[in-house]
Design a protein around this ligand. Structure first.
Ligand SMILES: NC(=O)C1=CN([C@@H]2O[C@H](COP(=O)(O)OP(=O)(O)OC[C@H]3O[C@@H](n4cnc5c(N)ncnc54)[C@H](O)[C@@H]3O)[C@@H](O)[C@H]2O)C=CC1
Ligand SMILES: O=C(O)C1=N[C@H](C(=O)O)C[C@H](O)C1
Length: 246
């Protein structure tokens, strides 16, 4: 069966790649391209909508998809417990609809998060550095926030004490932002696409886990897996791990 796919944010960096990936994928057909100012209507009769827009617009777009009975695959960042709760509430009245929200669709980024969580309890210190193109509007990245949350959860479960840090003075921001106690640093640099490093340290050793997306093509296999998977997964799924059975 052919799945009809609408792309919301179709004029953006990710949206353009998704349109191209859908047009070249077996068993998928482009149902429509939507960008800012367009009436989403019935999403061109789509079965699935892929949403890559901006944090301030994504929730309304996803709620519209759910109301229309259209499954959604969402890569936009900025989700909170509260906005996820609104999606769950909307899905409760559309029990056949699936929504997949993933901070990163690159397989290596998903594995980096998983490896970092596995390693986190073995080291005294851990910090996250994310590095992106300078046109990105949010910081830190959604991936870095999720990585730090997973690290913090693993350390709490293993009763690991807070990382040592003697800093008593300095410039604001020098130690990064704290996500559940884990320092997260954001670099914006022309030439980069999307990169993340997790640094772990204990006496006499460090471990560095690094992932690099050099091209947005890296996100497309995960997006297409999400499109094919979401139709059989009613309710809200957060993270591509679920779809990949990781
Ligand atoms: N989950 C993942 O694997 C990835 C997630 N992202 C995230 O995806 C989002 C988009 O990233 P980019 O494509 O680089 O941004 P972009 O700025 O290139 O594209 C966003 C597009 O959304 C459109 N837009 C804005 N408001 C809209 C609305 N209300 N309705 C429809 N379209 C609207 C804009 O006009 C623009 O064309 C960001 O939140 C970014 O962090 C980016 C790359 C990978
Ligand atoms: O804006 C981007 O480019 C990216 N955004 C996502 C994020 O914030 O984690 C995913 C990836 O890092 C690229």
């Amino acid at each position: 069966m052919t799945l009809r796919v609408a792309v919301i944010g179709a004029a953006g960096r990710m949206g353009q790649q998704v349109v191209d990936a859908v047009e070249h994928a077996d068993g998928l057909e482009l149902a429509g391209r939507f960008d800012v100012g367009d009436d989403l209507g019935d999403l061109g009769g789509a079965d699935v909508a892929v949403e890559f827009t901006v944090p301030g617009a994504s929730l309304a777009n996803v709620l519209h998809c759910v109301e229309q009975g259209v499954h959604a695959v969402v890569g936009t960042t900025g989700w909170t417990d509260e906005s996820l709760g609104q999606v769950r509430a909307a899905l409760a009245v559309q029990p056949k609809v699936g929504v997949l929200i993933a901070p990163n669709f690159a397989i290596g980024a998903v594995l980096t998060m998983r490896f970092a969580a596995q390693a986190a309890r073995f080291y005294e210190s851990v910090e996250v550095i994310e590095l992106h193109h300078p046109d990105k509007v949010d910081a830190p990245s959604g991936t870095a926030i999720r990585t730090a949350e997973m690290i913090a959860e693993a350390r709490r479960a293993a009763d690991v004490p807070s990382a040592p840090d003697a800093t008593a003075s300095g410039l604001d921001g020098a130690r990064g932002a704290r996500v559940e106690g884990v320092p997260v640093h954001a670099v914006r640099l022309r030439g980069l696409v999307a990169h993340e490093e997790v640094l772990l340290g204990s006496p006499g050793e460090t471990l560095t886990i690094r992932h690099d997306s050099f091209d947005r093509a890296s996100f497309m296999p995960g997006v297409l897996a999400g499109v094919r998977g979401v139709v059989d997964r009613p309710g809200l799924t957060v993270g591509l791990e679920e779809i990949l059975d990781l």
